[in-house]
Design a binder for this molecule. Structure first.
Ligand SMILES: Nc1nc2c(ncn2[C@@H]2O[C@H](COP(=O)(O)OP(=O)(O)OP(=O)(O)O)[C@@H](O)[C@H]2O)c(=O)[nH]1
Ligand SMILES: [Mg+2]
Length: 438
C-alpha cells in the first residue's frame, strides 16, 4: 500500500466562530454538524479531499478552544496537539464575537503556537451578514473590530488572511485561494531505498515470528515491494524461521542457515544480490548469515528515514546515547500504532529484555498510540526509542521530533537499537548504505 502524502489542514478558533461552517464550505457537503449551540464539535472531525494546486489534503475540524469546563480542557488539549501536527492552521475569527468578548486569548494562543511549532497559519474573518448590526451598540465599526482581532496575530500583516461570509456558498473560491496562498508546498518525499538501482535482485527477509499477522504483509514490507517493482528490481522474498535459526542445537541452526544460503545462491549469491532488507528483529541472524559483500539494512530504518522526510541522521546520531546509558537512566520506548502485545513483542519484550541485559539497572517505560509526552515530560528521559513510524503521518512524526528537540532528548529507532545490541560493527553495517548515498 503506497503512502499518499497528504497535506494536513486544521481549522481552529473559539466556539461558534464558524469552524464547521468553513469545513462544510470547503468540502461542499455537510461533513460537520453546524449548529448555533455552543460546543457542537466535540472531537476532531477529519475529511479527505483534493485541492487544485495543493493536491490531496486531510482537513481537521476541531472543537472550540474556549470551553471552560473539565471536558473543555480535554478537548482543548487534543485540539492543541492537532495544531502541532498540521501543515496549515486556519484560524477562524468571528470579529463581532471576539470584539464583544473583549479578549483575544484563543486567537493569540493559536497564532503563537503555530509560530512556535513552525506551522503555516492563515486567518479567516467570518463576516456574517448581520455583523454590522450586531456591533451597532458597541460604538465600534466592523473594520475596528477586525483590526482589534488582527492584533492577536504574531505577524499581523504577514499572515495571509481573508474576510469571508462563510455562510455564503460562493465564497468557496476566496477560501481556496487563501489556502493555496498560505499552504506549504508539498515537499518531495525521499526515495524509499535511495541506494537501490535497477538490475540486481534485492532479498527481503520477512521472518516467521509470533507477532506477524496471519494472511497479510506489514505496511513497510508492502511499500518496499511496491517501490522495487516500480524500479523493475527483481525481488526475492525469504522467510527465516527465527526459532530454528537461533536454536542452541548446531544441527538445527545450521540446517536453517543452509536453507537461507541456498535461497540466496538461487537469486544471485554474494556478488549477484544488491541488498538484503530484513525485519529488524532478525538482524542478529542476518548480520551473521549475509556475506559481507552484500549491503544489509532493516525495514524499520527504511521507514523512519521515509516518514521523517530523510531525517535518518537524527535517529542514527541518537544511537550515541546508547553508549552512555547507565543504571538509573530512564528510556522511553514509543510505538505509533495500537496492536495487542503478543509474547515476543518487539517494543514491550524484545528490546526491553536485551537492553536491560546490556545496561543493567536502566528504567524502561512505554508510550503507545497517539499519546506522546510533552517536552517537559520528555526531558526526564535519557533517550527515546521510536518505532519505524509506518502508521503515522510525516506531520505527526515531525511534531514529535519538534517536541524532542525542545526537550533536548536524543531519539533513535527500533532497527538502530536492535543493530547496536549486536555490536558496533552491525550498527555501522546497517547504516552504511544510507551513509554512502548521502
Ligand atoms: N447570522 C449569524 N450567524 C452566526 C453568527 N455567529 C455565529 N452564527 C451561527 O452560529 C453557528 C455556529 O457555526 P459553526 O460552524 O457550527 O461554528 P463552530 O465554530 O464549528 O462551533 P463549535 O463546533 O460549537 O465550536 C452557525 O449556525 C452560524 O451560522 C452571527 O454573527 N450571525
Ligand atoms: Mg463546529
Amino acid at each position: 500500500m503506497p503512502r499518499v502524502d497528504r497535506l494536513v489542514l486544521g481549522i481552529f478558533g473559539r466556539i461558534n466562530a464558524g469552524k464547521s461552517t468553513l469545513m462544510n464550505l470547503l468540502t461542499q457537503q455537510e461533513t460537520s454538524i453546524v449548529d448555533p449551540d455552543p460546543g457542537t464539535t466535540a472531537d476532531i472531525k477529519s475529511s479527505l479531499m483534493e485541492i487544485h494546486g495543493l493536491g490531496p489534503v486531510r482537513i481537521l475540524d476541531t472543537a472550540g478552544l474556549d470551553e471552560g469546563c473539565q471536558l473543555g480542557e480535554k478537548k482543548r488539549r487534543k485540539t492543541l496537539s492537532a495544531l502541532e501536527e498540521v501543515d496549515l492552521a486556519i484560524l477562524v475569527i468571528d470579529p463581532v464575537q471576539a470584539f464583544l468578548s473583549g479578549n483575544l486569548d484563543v486567537e493569540t494562543s493559536v497564532s503563537a503556537m503555530a509560530r512556535r511549532s513552525g506551522r503555516n497559519l492563515c486567518a479567516v474573518f467570518n463576516m456574517h451578514a448581520d455583523a454590522r448590526e450586531k456591533l451597532s451598540g458597541s460604538g465600534a465599526t466592523l473594520d475596528e473590530a477586525v483590526d482589534f482581532c488582527r492584533s492577536a496575530l504574531v505577524d499581523r500583516s504577514g499572515t495571509p488572511q481573508a474576510r469571508l461570509d462563510l455562510c455564503r456558498g460562493e465564497n468557496v473560491t476566496g477560501l481556496v485561494e487563501l489556502i493555496r496562498q498560505a499552504g506549504p508546498r508539498q515537499g518531495r518525499q525521499p526515495e524509499l531505498l535511495p541506494f537501490v538501482a535497477g538490475g540486481l535482485p534485492v532479498l527481503l527477509n520477512i521472518p516467521l515470528d509470533e507477532e506477524s499477522p496471519g494472511g497479510r504483509l506489514l505496511r513497510p514490507q508492502e511499500m518496499a515491494m511496491e517501490y522495487l517493482l516500480g524500479l523493475g528490481v527483481p525481488i526475492g522474498i525469504y522467510r527465516t524461521d527465527l526459532m530454528l535459526a537461533r536454536s542452541s542445537s548446531k544441527r538445527i541452526s545450521s540446517g536453517e542457515r543452509e536453507r537461507f544460503q541456498s535461497f540466496l545462491g538461487s537469486i544471485g549469491g554474494s556478488h549477484g544480490v544488491q541488498l538484503v532488507l530484513t525485519d529488524s528483529q532478525a538482524v542478529d541472524v542476518m548480520s551473521r548469515w549475509v556475506p559481507e559483500e552484500i549491503p544489509l539494512t532493516t525495514f524499520s530504518i527504511m521507514m523512519i528515514n521515509s516518514t521523517s522526510g530523510g531525517n535518518l541522521p537524527l535517529f542514527a546520531e541518537g544511537a550515541a546515547a546508547l553508549d552512555h546509558l547507565g543504571p538509573g537512566d530512564r528510556v522511553l520506548i514509543t510505538e505509533a500504532c495500537n496492536h495487542d502485545r503478543v509474547a515476543e513483542d518487539i517494543g514491550t519484550v524484545q528490546i526491553p529484555r536485551k537492553l536491560s541485559e546490556a545496561v543493567p539497572g536502566i528504567g524502561i517505560e512505554h508510550a503507545f498510540g497517539r499519546e506522546f509526552p510533552s517536552p517537559e515530560e520528555l526531558a526526564e528521559y535519557s533517550l527515546v526509542i521510536h518505532c519505524g513510524g509506518c502508521m503515522i503521518s510525516p506531520q505527526k512524526l515531525s511534531a514529535r521530533v519538534a517536541r524532542l528537540a525542545e526537550a533536548g532528548v536524543p531519539v533513535t529507532n527500533y532497527g538502530i537499537v536492535l543493530s547496536w545490541l549486536e555490536g558496533p560493527d552491525v550498527l555501522e553495517r546497517v547504516l552504511r548504505p544510507w551513509k554512502e548515498q548521502s
